[in-house]
Write a protein that binds this ligand. Structure first.
Ligand SMILES: Cc1cc2nc3c(=O)[nH]c(=O)nc-3n(C[C@H](O)[C@H](O)[C@H](O)COP(=O)(O)OP(=O)(O)OC[C@H]3O[C@@H](n4cnc5c(N)ncnc54)[C@H](O)[C@@H]3O)c2cc1C
Ligand SMILES: *[C@@H]1O[C@H](CO)[C@@H](O)[C@H](O)[C@H]1NC(C)=O
Ligand SMILES: *[C@@H]1O[C@H](CO)[C@@H](O)[C@H](O)[C@H]1NC(C)=O
Length: 433
């Protein structure tokens, strides 16, 4: 076995980012400790989708992650849908003419067009909790500490530039570097950017979501096999709804989006009533009405995202995943960006010999990853408005033209070229030093 690196790293947070990063760093014999606020690894969240870029990043970090994903994933079923990401439909009855048509030959709820995706490259949806369970199996005992909610960070001024983490329970830990994987409400982000930076805290996107799971049998009875077993978007005015199969096709995952001007609650997830949920979709067509009426637990999730910040690192503290670039979910690309981050961070830290060089690895990470991930956040927020007839109005031809190709750049990311660029930034800056 190769000898361990001479430095150690604290990972704050054990979600998809923290765990995939941990698996990557352990492969390179880097000593790590995960500090997780919760008493155990998280159970929250419903379906999460990954595109080919994310699947490739998993494979490049470790076969363990691919195996975990393969065990949990569900892809579209029918052969005719093999190269489709989602089928797009208009779900809102207000868009229809007197005969129910939204455009020649297409009625409310009918398939309008498909967004193509080369599924040979891998993609699929997972139930977040199951995926995390599988990832956790790859983390050796003793690496993670629970009930450790980070409160504050301090760069030690004794010349070492080490970082002291202070936790809510009053304990401290000293590490050579800290990677903040603490999600959209990250403490590491607020510390790094400062409370006065408008980008320090996430902002409300004007949209909220109902998330629900419907057993496939029930969905098939209600909607027919084509809709129940495939992935669909239903577009409409100031709202949209999407469905995709998870758990090997046993469950239909539903996310239904609606809009409001501001979010007045402290909580981002609140309980609402079935009446309010049904009212949000009262003027939609029969497919959407049936789906919404079948959803059991009407919890609303307010959708927040991060405004672009000027840096992802300060000293030997770096942000990664949602802590760096929390996104609205409208392109299904947020968690994939986290896994790409983990790959880049692992590969860069693999190059590092001594702790003094870690900051330059963070600099290379920032330079290569920040533009891409911030663009994902921006185009995702726009996509939400596009689906809800707010970006290009309700002109269906314009929407179709704009939407079919808008995600290619995310899926077609040239990981090898970008990894080579990141490493060359790291090595050239270390040559100068
Ligand atoms: C409605 C919705 C739908 C989504 N759909 C998709 C999708 O289809 N495709 C996609 O790619 N992405 C999707 N996402 C985004 C995706 O879920 C996130 O990008 C991803 O889960 C973020 O992972 P993370 O590990 O960075 O953060 P998190 O999952 O938030 O994990 C952060 C961890 O840090 C811990 N923590 C927090 N604060 C502290 C602290 N102070 N100290 C110690 N630990 C702390 C938390 O307990 C948690 O375990 C969606 C998100 C939402 C809200
Ligand atoms: C998915 O949709 C296609 C056509 O739109 C259909 O042929 C296929 O059977 C559907 N899949 C399932 C499992 O029903
Ligand atoms: C879609 O429309 C937006 C807003 O007009 C524009 O910024 C974007 O470049 C368009 N994208 C494509 C792929 O046409």
């Amino acid at each position: 076995m190769a000898t361990s690196k001479s430095f150690n790293i604290a990972i704050i947070g054990g979600g998809i980012s923290g765990l995939t990063l941990a698996i990557g760093l352990l492969q390179h014999n880097i000593s790590i400790t995960i500090y997780e606020a919760a008493p155990h690894f998280g159970e929250i969240g419903a379906g999460v989708a990954f595109g080919p870029n994310a699947v490739l990043a998993m494979k490049k970090i470790s076969p363990t992650i691919t195996a975990a994903f393969d065990k949990c994933k569900t892809v579209n079923q029918g052969p005719s849908k093999a190269n489709s990401w989602f089928t797009i439909r208009v779900g809102d009855a207000r868009k229809a003419d007197a005969d129910g048509f939204v455009k020649p030959g297409v009625k409310v709820g009918d398939a309008w067009y498909d967004v193509e995706l080369d599924t040979d490259r891998g993609n699929g949806g997972v139930y977040r909790a199951h995926f995390l369970d599988e990832l956790v199996k790859a983390i050796p005992d003793g690496v993670a500490q629970f009930g450790k909610k980070l409160k504050h960070l301090k760069i030690v001024d004794d010349g070492s530039r080490d970082v002291i983490c202070t936790f809510e329970d009053g304990t401290h830990a000293r590490h050579n570097a800290v990677i903040g994987c603490d999600g959209i409400k990250a403490t590491t982000r607020r510390w790094l950017l400062g409370e006065d930076d408008p980008a320090a805290k996430a902002v409300f996107s004007g949209k909220y979501a109902y998330r629900g799971l419907i057993p496939s049998e029930e969905a098939t009875e209600m909607l027919g096999e084509e809709v129940a077993q495939n992935s669909s978007f239903f577009f409409g005015y100031h709202g949209h709804l999407l469905t995709f199969p998870i758990e090997q096709g046993k469950t239909m995952n539903v996310v239904a989006f609606a809009s409001c001007k501001e979010w007045k609650h402290d909580q981002w997830v609140i309980r609402t009533s079935k009446e309010d949920m049904n009212a949000d979709f009262a003027e939609w067509g029969p497919h959407v009405q049936k789906i919404v009426h079948a959803m059991q637990k009407p919890d609303i999730w307010a959708l927040f995202y991060h405004l672009p910040c000027d840096t992802y690192y300060k000293g030997r503290v770096c942000l990664l995943g949602d802590a760096a670039h929390a996104s609205t979910p409208h392109q299904g690309a947020g968690a994939g960006a986290c896994i790409e981050d983990s790959l880049f961070m692992s590969e860069l830290l693999k190059e590092v010999e001594k702790k003094e060089d870690i900051e330059r690895a963070f600099k290379a990470f920032d330079e290569v990853r920040r533009p891409r991930t911030q663009k994902i956040v921006k185009t995702s927020e726009e996509a939400g408005r596009l689906y809800e007839f707010e970006l290009l109005g309700d002109d269906l031809d314009k929407i179709e033209q704009n939407q079919t190709k808008r995600q290619r750049w995310i899926w077609d990311y040239d990981v090898d070229e970008e990894l080579a660029r990141a490493k060359s930034i790291y090595h050239s800056s270390s040559a100068q030093a």
